[in-house]
Design a protein around this ligand. Structure first.
Ligand code: PRX
Length: 634
């Protein structure tokens, strides 16, 4: 008998599945009516492959749906329970959030921001981050949030690509007790970007910063504006945001999301997956700089009028009990985090969470990476006390919201540790082989989506061609996710990692091509290959092989220099575990780097078939370089 856990939370709405199966378009049509529209659509779906437009002719506003609609009944209800890393806390009601968003929308307008403009937001996890996003949405500006762990060079690339004229940042942000000077990062990033007219600076950490003529303080700007700003009536496909994510090329792609379809997807999945009730205290640990934060910290909880905890800092600061302290303090009922965080907690033992009162918890979730069955069981037993369903939610920046997940808000769930379960209603998932044919049960294949869905990306920012080739060219009419998966005999889906050259480090996407182009732009390096090797906590960690210019000798100094370069050009999240200097890289006869061999060496595994290698000695040389580093670092 397979290991399954049946848990019901008293919901019996599986009939939605039949409705969705019989006609997914009219199914989503009825879901979209849960939102507030200024005018209803004339066409539910305009599918001009690969471009989908949902609710054509309808007009709405994301900020209106997140705030205005709650004012009559919930203005005194807490929207955000904010916990600063330094121990400060703030309680922000729906009424207060409404005022702050309108004021900041007026600030943006006063600086010349108009409907259709892009605004870059580079802020730590403070309430002003959702305030700035909602203010953009209110006036029809497209926000582009950059994770505050990214470097100046990464900001420059993204600001240049999106052509943002206004940047919102802070003096500093707290990370593990340190203050990161975000403002100086922005100063460096925009040095040569003349089109940036204004930088709005929130005073969060009160660290010393230098002000330039472009800079304005958030507090001062907010003091001078009215607290009334009507929400713009926007078409359903109005671009709500651009979020940059790593792919298989050297530069991140600007994933572009719309409004009506995206919000419909979030509203529905938040209810079905999290079973959200008015009395719940929801806590998603994701940083808003990533898609999970956009969708399930900012938009979904606010659309549903939920109360949520927002935490500013690292999960293990000042120690690994921090999360449990927060859960206990705010009596959190729904907790959504990553397998990486759970593996970290697990490493420190059950005694720590067991010493906190977690009895309010009623539902647990994970996202971002495959969860190993033993980690799932620990989460289920130690944190959920075998009472709470675990929803393992599979989705991507591009999908906007969850596509595969158990749905305890809809039906009794039957959970298998390590499986994300079934697709959500209205989503047609396929597992196919290289030729696009469905693979039999228990066979690994590529995960594709066979129908358009409301949360799907509109396109890539300013690059429809790349949108087509990246997602829609491998299989005709199907969205290619870049993931491997398998369906078992019971129809459960098992996610088996990336099928492309994208790494998943602690649930964050990092492209090998981005790492490689960073390394080869160093004058000492001619060629490089990055790959991921398994890591007990982060799931995957980065190692890099680099071929140096003639006459240049590798060593720990150069390794440090290259590591620093990655931190400066991309950000600390891309820090490699090791850089190995090798005379050549193993390649096929057609010149393709054989990452499989590099990975096998990095994990001390069997090298396997090398018949397609162009030069067999490359493997021996890589192995030698690898052994040498490990002998030295032992
Ligand atoms: O490989 C899959 C993995 O994360 C990738 C998407 O990354 P990103 O766009 O940054 O979004 C992360 C948060 C939604 C996917 O291609 N992934 C995401 N969720 C899961 C997962 N892998 C396994 N199980 C999941 N639940």
């Amino acid at each position: 008998m397979p290991e399954t856990y049946d848990i019901g939370l008293g919901n019996n709405n599986s009939h939605l599945r039949q409705e969705a199966d019989s006609d997914f378009v009219s199914f989503w049509d009825s879901q979209a009516r849960n939102l507030s529209w200024f005018s209803l659509w004339t066409k539910t779906l305009d599918w001009n492959p690969p471009f989908a437009r949902w609710f054509v002719g309808g007009t709405l506003n994301a900020s209106y749906n997140a705030l205005d609609i709650h004012q009559a009944s919930k203005s005194a209800k807490t929207a955000i329970l904010w916990e600063g890393e330094d121990g400060q806390s703030r309680n922000i009601t729906y009424g207060e959030l409404f005022i702050q968003v309108q004021k900041f929308a007026n600030v943006l307008k006063s600086l010349g921001v108009q409907r259709g403009d892009r605004v870059t937001i580079y802020l730590p996890m403070v309430p002003e981050l959702p305030i700035a996003m909602l203010a953009c949405a209110r006036i029809g500006a497209t926000h582009t949030v950059i994770f505050s762990g990214f470097s100046a060079a990464s900001i420059r690339d993204r600001v240049s690509d999106s052509q943002s004229k206004v940047i919102v940042t802070a003096d500093g942000g707290y990370r593990r007790g340190q203050i990161i000077n975000l403002k100086s990062m922005v100063d460096d990033a925009i040095k040569s970007l003349d089109f940036v007219n204004h930088v709005i600076v929130l005073e969060r950490a009160k660290n010393k910063i230098s002000m330039t003529p472009k800079d304005k303080l958030w507090g001062q700007l907010m003091a001078d504006v009215s607290d009334l700003c009507n929400a713009e009536e926007l078409p359903s496909d109005h671009p709500l945001y651009i979020l940059y994510t790593s792919g298989t090329t050297g530069k991140p792609k600007g994933v572009l999301h719309g409004t009506g379809g995206y919000l419909t997807h979030l509203y529905s999945t938040f209810k079905w997956a999290f079973d959200i009730k008015d009395s719940d205290i929801f806590f998603c640990t994701a940083d808003i700089g990533w898609v999970t934060g956009h969708s399930y910290v900012v938009y979904a909880p606010l659309l549903c009028g939920a109360t949520q905890v927002m935490y500013e800092g690292a999960p293990d600061f000042p120690d690994v009990s921090r999360m449990w302290q927060i859960l206990q303090k705010y009596q959190v009922t729904i907790f959504y985090t990553t397998p990486t965080a759970i593996r970290l907690f697990m490493k420190f033992g059950a005694e720590i969470p067991n010493s906190f009162d977690l009895s309010y918890l009623r539902l647990l979730g994970t996202v971002g990476e495959p969860i190993n069955p033993e980690v799932w069981r620990w989460y289920f037993k130690i944190i959920g006390k075998e009472r709470c369903p675990i929803i393992d939610t599979w989705w991507q920046t591009e999908t906007g919201g969850m596509l595969i997940s158990p749905l305890p808000g809809l039906e009794t769930v039957s959970l298998k540790p390590g499986s994300a379960g079934h697709p959500i209603p209205g989503i047609n998932i396929g597992i196919v082989d290289e030729n696009g044919n469905d693979v039999p049960a228990n066979t690994k294949g590529y995960l594709v989506v066979k129908n358009p869905w409301p949360g799907m990306l509109l396109s890539l920012w300013d690059d429809d061609e790349k949108y087509k080739t990246t997602y829609w060219s491998k299989y005709d009419g199907c969205y290619y996710s870049g993931d491997y998966a398998m369906r078992d005999d019971d129809g459960y889906l098992w996610l088996l990692g990336r099928a492309d050259d994208v790494l998943n480090v602690a649930g964050h996407r990092i492209g090998t091509a981005e790492l490689e182009s960073c390394i080869v732009s160093h004058p000492s390096v001619v060629e490089s290959a990055a790959c991921g090797i398994p890591d007990d906590v982060k799931g995957e960690t980065i190692i890099i092989f680099a071929v140096l210019r003639q006459g240049i000798l590798g060593g720990t100094k150069l390794e440090q220099e290259l590591t620093d370069k990655i931190r400066t050009d991309i950000g600390a999240i891309a820090t490699p575990k090791h850089i190995y200097f090798v005379p050549k890289l193993p390649k096929t006869r057609s010149g393709k780097i054989m990452r499989r061999l590099l990975k096998a060496i990095g994990t001390n595994e069997e090298i396997g078939d090398t018949s397609t290698l162009e030069d067999g000695s490359a493997v021996t040389q890589v192995q030698h370089a690898f052994d040498e580093v490990h002998r030295r670092t032992k």
